[in-house]
Design a protein. Structure first.
Length: 114
């Protein structure tokens, strides 16, 4: 995403994102129609991608592709811990996620539903 014209992040719940679905969708619908939504949000992303598409937006449900790409960038052939992201189920279930300290990443956040 280093080459993107702009990046905006909507941070969603790590568990049960669908519980905040209406709020997440409402925030997405505030964004520019030319936005491309790239999501990794479990089953919630599938529903959200369709609703966004039905409202004239472009949306991709990427699943684990983002974490696989991060592993590739680190020259690893397996998933690795990535600051600010849940990669392993143990991280999700044991609340091991540490806050991201990347200043640029944090500036890109337009909404946080955690």
């Amino acid at each position: 995403m280093n080459e993107a014209k702009s990046v905006k992040r909507i941070i969603c719940p790590i568990k049960d994102a669908f519980s905040k679905y209406k709020e997440i969708l409402a925030e997405c619908l505030k964004q520019d129609k030319n936005s491309l939504f790239i999501m990794a949000l479990g089953p919630t992303a599938t529903v959200l991608a369709e609703d966004l598409s039905n409202n004239g937006y472009r949306a991709l449900d990427m699943g684990h592709l983002d974490t696989a790409y991060e592993a590739f960038l680190r020259n690893s052939n397996k998933f690795v811990h990535i600051e600010g992201k849940i990669v392993f189920n143990e991280e999700r279930h044991n609340n091991l996620l540490k806050p991201c300290t990347d200043e640029n990443y944090n500036k890109q956040i337009v909404a946080n539903f955690n």
